[in-house]
Design a protein around this ligand. Structure first.
Ligand code: ZN
Length: 71
């Protein structure tokens, strides 16, 4: 037996690109944290940056104009 964790279970996720959806912070309906909402690349959902709950579903036409560098 050893204390070494089983690294086979560790999944390294690639860093996903996202844009802020809101210009100003809003309060998440689910966790109450301040969030500007994240839209991940290829996603049609605005998610909370803290709890990752889906805040809003948006269509691609709306996202298209929002994909500007913001970081
Ligand atoms: Zn939240």
């Amino acid at each position: 037996m050893s204390d070494v964790p089983n690294l086979d279970n560790v999944v390294v996720l690639p860093v996903k690109r996202y844009v802020r959806f809101y210009r100003d912070y809003i309060e998440c309906d689910f966790c109450g944290q301040q969030t500007r909402g994240r839209v991940y690349e290829g996603s049609q959902q605005v998610t909370c940056g803290a709890c990752h709950s889906v805040l809003v579903e948006v269509n691609h036409d709306e996202i298209g104009v929002l994909f500007e560098p913001d970081f």
